[in-house]
Design a protein around this ligand. Structure first.
Ligand SMILES: O=C(O)CCC(=O)C(=O)O
Ligand SMILES: [Fe+2]
Length: 357
């Protein structure tokens, strides 16, 4: 881990009210602890930002021999070294199955509060239903409620946090994450091939006991939306993150060349972005993109982000083939990167800074 993680809070204080309740009680007027003093950004109406051109990549093709998918590998290489993300299609899941996952998410957040509270996260714990852990007094809170579940390794699943309602929730998530595992393998291998490295060099670091964390996000509308952020600007601590976006309501934005772009909605595609651990493994050739979520004034938005991270016992460092005299090693070795990631995140920081050589 980075040398000096932010010191732990004297006492993490839970938020008594979920955002959803707060919105219902106060009619959407955001309390101060959710507000950015000068507004969220340079433009108040973020819907006028340009749409980002995100490459579309065929996962079925990526899984085929290099002689057949050379062009797709080049596209992947260019996507990951420029914007750090791509839209994946032909990923082995039907649109109707993706809709089932979306519906299960929506139905969970629509449950009565007492029902959702059965899965509430404990103070100081990550897993479960809730919102931001408060680590400092000046922390601006994200305008979002979430359900956070560890899906892999399977023997570490804490099923007490896995909703039993809606009835198909658990089964749907089992199936969804097992499909994502296959996609992750294809993508990690293709990332290595696109850099002319040995096929398994990223996958071996990922390991058989890699971590998959599912984060179901609910972003309620906010009439004063320019004062709040659904998710503050961040880059992910994963190797790759796979995002199932809302089919109707935009919100995700990426920073590229100092300019914010809106992410388009492609209902049948999964958005894949690389995280900071892929940036480290690739010795900085792939850049983990900074992104944020803005809030719609009228409509609620849902998303499901699955963070795929290496086995925390594996050491992560730039792979040998990418370190040379002309491109010296840019990051120090690290273990259990995600272990401390959220302490940094809540303060708007990232552990990757402390690892730069
Ligand atoms: O809501 C989204 O589209 C993206 C979510 C995200 O970036 C995250 O959960 O880290
Ligand atoms: Fe993210």
């Amino acid at each position: 881990m980075a040398d000096h993680p932010p010191s732990p809070p004297a006492k993490a204080e839970p938020i008594s009210e979920c955002l959803q309740e707060l919105v219902a009680n106060k009619g959407g007027e955001p309390p101060g602890r959710y507000c950015y003093k000068d507004g969220v950004g340079e433009v108040l109406d973020t819907s006028s930002l340009p749409l980002m051109k995100i490459p579309i990549i065929d996962i079925g093709l990526l899984a085929s021999p290099t002689s057949i998918c050379r062009e797709e590998l080049e596209k992947l290489h260019s996507a990951l070294s420029s914007c750090g993300c791509f839209m994946s299609i032909n990923h082995g899941m039907t649109s109707s199955f993706l809709d089932e996952v979306r519906l299960a998410t929506k139905k969970f957040f629509a449950l009565p509060m007492e029902e959702k509270q059965k899965y509430a996260r404990e103070v100081d714990a990550m897993e479960g239903y809730g919102n931001d852990m408060i680590l400092s007094e000046d922390q601006v809170l994200d305008w979002n409620d979430r359900l956070y579940l560890l899906a892999s390794p399977e023997d570490q699943r804490q099923l007490r946090y896995w909703p039993e309602s809606p009835a198909n929730f658990r089964e749907t998530l089992f199936e969804y994450t097992s499909k994502l595992r296959l996609i992750t393998e294809v993508v990690l291998k293709a990332m290595a091939r696109s850099l002319n490295l040995e096929n398994n060099c990223f996958l071996d670091k990922y390991g058989a006991r890699a971590i998959m964390q599912a984060r179901f996000n609910f972003f309620p509308p906010c009439s004063r939306h320019h004062l709040v952020l659904g998710l503050k600007s961040h880059s992910d601590g994963s190797v790759i993150t796979i995002v199932l976006q809302d089919k109707e309501v935009e919100g995700l934005q990426f920073l590229k060349d100092d300019q914010w772009f809106r992410v388009p909605i492609i209902p049948e595609a999964l958005l894949i972005n690389i995280g900071e651990q892929a940036e480290i493994l690739s010795n900085g050739l792939f850049k983990s993109p900074i992104h944020r979520v803005v809030i719609n004034p009228e409509r609620e938005r849902f998303s499901l982000a699955v963070f795929c991270s290496p086995d925390p016992d594996n050491e992560i460092e730039p792979v040998d083939g990418l370190v040379s005299k002309t491109r010296p090693r840019q990051y120090k070795k690290v273990k259990n990167y995600v272990g401390n990631y959220f302490q940094y995140y809540q303060r708007g920081k990232s552990p990757i800074e402390a690892l730069k050589t």
